[in-house]
Design a protein around this ligand. Structure first.
Ligand code: KG4
Ligand code: ZN
Length: 343
């Protein structure tokens, strides 16, 4: 089954064709990063407008690269939430029109379920159940993937998402937007023990996380140093921040594995591109004899191939939406059936 997938939840206009949830036939991502950079973050209104301008060409290219037409794909999958509502609506309405015109089923996909499904593309032998550490710009979750369309959240960040903390700390350090990847690069040359940041624990919820404290510590250190006209060792500051966040994420994933007895682990979301996080997870999984799946860097950030992968499994579960499908800005990963997207 060949699914055309569309993703416009944030600042990437993306389309892809995926076969049977496992094989990428084409994948096109048009990123708007350069345009949002001057504002230090994504401007929702600009994101929506650019999606409108680009979506037609991006979908045409994805179909062309796969050697298909609107009539030779079998279904259309689209991110219906969570995300920026105006941005989501562009992809959603395009997909609706396309599905109606080509007379194909319309499959709504939860963005985070899509991130998790990037693992099915990376490892065609991977099957649930497994645990997934989701770390993106908007979410930090420990998810029990019980089946392709059944999820339970075991832990979550109580405040900032990991990616949000990376971006805010990077911004305070003058690294621009998006800061995660720049901070990752800067940290390579630093001493990760020079500065000490507290490792927060949520009372009574050992798998929950908190990242606003470490972010604020970085901002305060920089502020105080500036006031005293002192200079900080920025690579070491980046390395210490990164170590604190990575330790929080990794310790929760392995604690969840101990708690549930899971032997297969995976990661998903933009922060899973982080060099230190990948190295730490790999080492620790090996030491514990656990199987670890990590999507390649091309599938960690937003893309439509992951939506096509999850779309296939949603379709298998009968999750086909009527034309009244709507987009939602927030929605737990535990919910993602058509009726969960305001119909
Ligand atoms: O999953 P994603 O592409 O978009 C959302 O759904 O949010 O995640 C974007 C986040 C941003 O916060 C970005 O700074 C972060 O992922 N990120 C990284 C790295 N690459 C991207 N964070 C740390 N290290 C990286 N190498
Ligand atoms: Zn994302």
């Amino acid at each position: 089954m060949k699914i055309l997938a569309i993703e416009t939840s944030c600042d990437e206009t993306a389309a892809a064709v995926v076969e049977d949830g496992r094989k990428i036939l084409s994948s096109v991502v048009h990123t708007q990063i350069a345009e949002h950079r001057i504002y230090g973050g994504v401007v929702p209104e600009i994101a929506s407008r650019r999606h409108i301008e680009k979506i037609d060409a991006v979908v045409k290219k994805a179909l062309g690269d796969a050697g298909l037409t609107a009539h030779t794909v079998d279904a259309v999958a689209v991110t219906a939430g969570p995300g920026l509502i105006g941005a989501l609506l562009v992809g959603l309405n395009f997909a609706k029109g396309f599905a109606w015109m080509a007379d194909k089923p319309l499959i709504p996909v939860h963005h985070i379920r899509g991130h998790i499904a990037a693992n099915y593309l990376a490892d065609p032998g991977l099957e649930p159940p497994f645990l997934c550490l989701v770390a993106s710009g908007g979410h930090s979750l420990i998810v029990d993937v019980q089946d392709y369309t059944r999820f339970a959240v075991l832990g979550r960040s109580r405040d900032d998402a990991a990616g949000e903390a990376f971006d805010k700390a990077a911004r305070a350090m003058g690294l621009g937007y998006p800061g995660g990847v720049a901070l990752d690069r800067l940290a390579r040359g630093g001493n990760d023990r020079l500065y000490h940041f507290p490792q927060p624990h949520v009372e009574g919820a050992p798998l929950d996380m908190s990242f606003s404290g470490v972010k604020t510590s970085v901002v305060n250190l920089l502020h105080n140093a500036r006031q005293k006209n002192e200079s900080l060792d920025l690579p070491s500051l980046a390395a210490c921040f990164e170590r604190t966040v990575c330790e929080a994420l990794c310790s929760r994933l392995f604690a969840a594995a101990e708690q549930t007895g899971a032997t297969i682990l995976s990661v998903a979301g933009g922060v899973s591109a982080n060099t230190r996080l990948r190295e730490t997870l790999q080492q620790e999984a090996k030491r514990r004899g656990l199987r670890l799946c990590m999507p390649p860097l091309s599938l960690t950030g937003d893309n439509a191939a992951m939506i096509g992968a999850q779309g296939y499994f949603e379709y298998q579960a009968g999750h086909i939406a009527p034309p009244s499908l709507n987009a939602v800005a927030t929605l737990s990963v535990e919910r993602g059936a058509p009726q969960d997207f305001a119909l």
